[in-house]
Design a protein. Sequence first.
Length: 356
Amino acid sequence: MQERVPPREILVRLNWRSQDIVRLRQVFVPSKLVHVDREDHAGIARALETCEIAILDGVADERYLTAPNLKWLHCDQSGLDGFAPRVLADSDLVVTSSKGRSGPVLAEHAIHFMLSLAYRAPDMMRAQRRRVWGIRGQADLRGLHGKTVCIVGYGATGENLARQCLAFGMKVSAFRRKDQPADLPGVRMYSAARGDCLIDAIQGADIAALCASLNDASYRILGAPELAAMNPGGYLVNVARAQLVDEEAMIGALRSGHLAGAGLDVTDPFEPLPPWHRLWSVPNLILTPHVTPQMPDRTGRTLDILAENFRRYQAGDPLLHQFTEEDVFSRAPKPAGFRGRHRLMTAWAAIGRRLI
């Protein structure tokens, strides 16, 4: 295929540091970067009339589907489920993401949950605040070594997590969409494309770790049957998307004790989670507010993805992390907000943080 002529203008909606924008400009030389603000709807509309490429700090919307000259849209985040209708897969617009850039620290976050649950860190901290030496049942604590973890989703995060779990001396199984073996020795791989079901991979697991992308096939993939197939007293950790889990089934398993604990960095349908939500009162649940620490070179990793994809785009080759029909997500209803929500949550958070 004949190499493309570099695009004249590229729409950029990014809240990056000036030095990172300089590097971005170098990636796309000689194209001109047209910077727009997220709330500048008129400016976005004008830029979409002429730009061939757009780079966004988030997911797209219908405006980008109908842009007359837009051919490639890059969303600078890991998941595209925020706007993933079937029409997007059927269109000629190529959509890519920064999938995988934060895989190592997302895996660390999952390990943080596992260790915190196994060592009963919240109870230990509560005892420390009360100046009490030890907690009830501490003789029954068991570490991660020798436990079996089932990793649901085996992309960059899942592979990094498998590597870390193996270093802890854990047994690792994994479930993925594609029929591809694991690169790491010691990982027992199950695949939907091969006809396996998640319940096959999770049978007898002590820990279920969710690292999968959210789409129509993975929506609520972990439900009551899968949780029942785990060993009693197991843990659930989710550093991916809340809607991968049947919340009712998870809460039931926690209340019954079949799950000894869970760690969630994501919640459904609201983030921030309202103070009256039932998850706050579920026993043995650790919540973090969707704040996995950043990779020290996260923007640099995004720039590497953009540079390689621009090279491929110019050459007419398939792009990395491209949205496909398998990524379509249309099953979940959109949550209904309430009037004054952001002001209320901001005030509540400000007061609460002063009391921590």
